[in-house]
Design a binder for this molecule. Sequence first.
Ligand SMILES: N[C@@H](CCC(=O)N[C@@H](CS)C(=O)NCC(=O)O)C(=O)O
Length: 201
Amino acid sequence: MKLYSNSFSPNARRPRICAAELGIKLDIVELDFQKGDWKAPAYLAKNPMGKVPTLEDDDGFLLWESPAMLVYLANKHPDKGLAPTDARGKADVARWMFWNASHLESGVMTFAFEKMVKPQFLGQPTDEARAALGLADWDRFAPVLDAQLAGKDWLCGKFSIADIAVGVTVDFAAMVGLDVAKHRNISAWMGRLRERASWKA
Ligand SMILES: N[C@@H](CCC(=O)N[C@@H](CS)C(=O)NCC(=O)O)C(=O)O
């Protein structure tokens, strides 16, 4: 199975961590942003968004959107128990993955784009008003996650793809300077995630 990826991409970390949890070997195809690999016609034919990651299974099945990859990989290996099989368990995991993509990650990415990507990679100035919107989203949504994690080791009862989906976002939030440490339950949970062999790999 191939993963078109970039080593700086937080989104690409999701399928990489999940594959490591499942013992799947991924052939990583590193795309060079500077060379425009992501916008080349051959790549756009695999992923019309021109983004990473893209997963390509051995029979040519193509998938983009990292949370969908988590669902695909976990469902290919149901014996590993990374995704629940009952209706409520599935809905709970889906809830946190959709919540992350539409709320928490959206704010983190806005902040990261303004504070890191624009100045460091694009040579453009930060739009402080947009960065403040990202920060406001973080300040609004991180407490929801912190409350969910009170008294729990994992987001949805046992370790699942929801922890991978949301944990990658929180790791990235910390990297771009958002205050993760003040949220004690999130910090403890991130400590548990970072101890996993898949996370370290
Ligand atoms: N929702 C997508 C987001 C993918 C994404 O935005 N990837 C970034 C790298 S982390 C990218 O390729 N950016 C290049 C661009 O937007 O042109 C996913 O979860 O896979």
